[in-house]
Design a protein around this ligand. Structure first.
Ligand code: ADE
Ligand code: ZN
Length: 351
């Protein structure tokens, strides 16, 4: 099966985590004389021993972005990579508080990004990710930035950063505010902390999706609850290895989550920093977790269903993904007919 030609949906992807080593070099070389960064300092940003260390590297790479058009430039390159991977729809997380700490103006940068994303392939939406362990003022500002741009490409508010330093129970008021506006919050949970934290995120936010959520596998009762609610988990296997969320020598819990009937799909999280792509994640599931074409297709259909597009577009995407995978998985067809996406706004079509 040629995964590249099959239509894919990616729901867990941080734009800033897509700065490749070559792009980091280009950005570093544009800095004024005296503010250069040596090759070994840049290379160090791509090796992490923990989630905390990874988050420091993430900030160092954001520091290379000098103005709003750098982020729009990065987005155009990332969109091209997604297109070449056969991704037909993506929801990208961005972190204005991190931009601000590194000298980028939040509103102007976000608006430049939304403008750059308005037309083009694949269709992309944005989740504004607040940094949970930083100050409340920035978090509320990020939430308002997101809410104010709803319908202009922003589909949800997220909570990223250091889960252990600021668990979900601290965000009751934020959850209440979001509920008042029927605006979804999609937290990272069950990455740095265990099943109790996933349960707490469910209680506090009642989220349609959870970033990671993998440690729910520690509790059979919680798995049942996730399946009952239909909460979709955005599972990022390579990220989990590289941050130590799944320690070396321990089997990744994907198979347990899947066997329990939890809705889930695979994501790359920060593909450049973790040296992966969506196709590689799918290949890993196929080679290491025993997923057959039907499992791959099913999880992609679930991703389309869990997307935060308006209902008519979401249904169009679901139909497109489903048709693509059933055609591509036809036996004896040498991988099936090539299906290219045209997510040019309202619908996806076979061309
Ligand atoms: N920000 C970017 N990637 C993240 C991750 N895996 N966990 C928490 N915050 C993040
Ligand atoms: Zn993430």
């Amino acid at each position: 099966m040629n995964l590249l030609v099959l239509p894919k949906v990616e729901l867990h992807l941080h734009l800033e985590g897509c700065i490749s080593p070559a792009e980091a070099r280009m950005l570093a070389d544009r800095r004024p004389a005296g503010q250069g960064i040596g090759p070994s300092d840049l290379a160090a940003c791509y090796r992490h021993r923990s989630l905390k260390e990874f988050l420091v590297h993430f900030g160092r790479l954001v520091d290379l972005l000098a103005n709003p058009s750098d982020l729009a430039w990065l987005f155009a390159r990332v969109r091209g990579r997604l297109r070449r991977q056969g991704v037909v729809y993506a929801e990208l997380r961005v972190s204005p508080s991190v931009w601000e700490r590194h000298g980028l103006p939040t509103e102007e940068t976000l608006d430049a990004l939304l403008d750059a994303a308005r037309a083009g392939v694949p269709r992309c939406s944005f989740i504004i990710d607040g940094v949970r362990q930083w100050d409340r003022r920035s978090l509320i500002r990020d939430f308002e930035l997101a809410l104010g741009r709803r319908g202009r490409g922003v589909v949800a508010f997220g909570l990223g950063g250091d889960e252990a330093a600021a668990p979900s129970s601290l965000f009751q008021e934020l959850a209440q505010e979001a509920r008042k506006h029927s605006f979804p919050i999609i937290p990272h949970a069950g990455e740095g902390l265990g099943a109790d934290e996933v349960a707490s995120a469910l209680d506090v936010f009642d989220p349609p999706r959870i970033g990671h959520g993998i440690r729910a596998a520690e509790s059979p009762a919680l798995l049942k609850e996730l399946a009952r609610r239909g909460t979709h988990l955005e599972v990022c296997p390579t990220s989990n290895r590289r941050t130590g969320a799944v320690p070396r020598g321990k089997r990744h819990p994907l198979a347990q989550l899947w066997a329990a009937g939890v809705s889930l799909s695979l994501g790359t999280d920060d593909p450049a920093l973790f040296r992966t792509t969506l196709s590689r994640e799918l290949q890993w599931a196929s080679r290491r977790m025993g997923w057959g074409p039907q499992d791959l297709a099913r999880s992609q259909e679930l991703a389309a269903r869990a997307s935060l597009l308006p209902p008519a577009e979401r249904e169009s995407l679901e139909r497109f993904v489903s048709a693509g995978w059933s055609a591509g998985a036809l036996p004896g067809e040498g991988g099936g007919p090539t299906i290219r996406s045209r997510g040019d706004g309202a619908c996806w079509t076979r061309v």
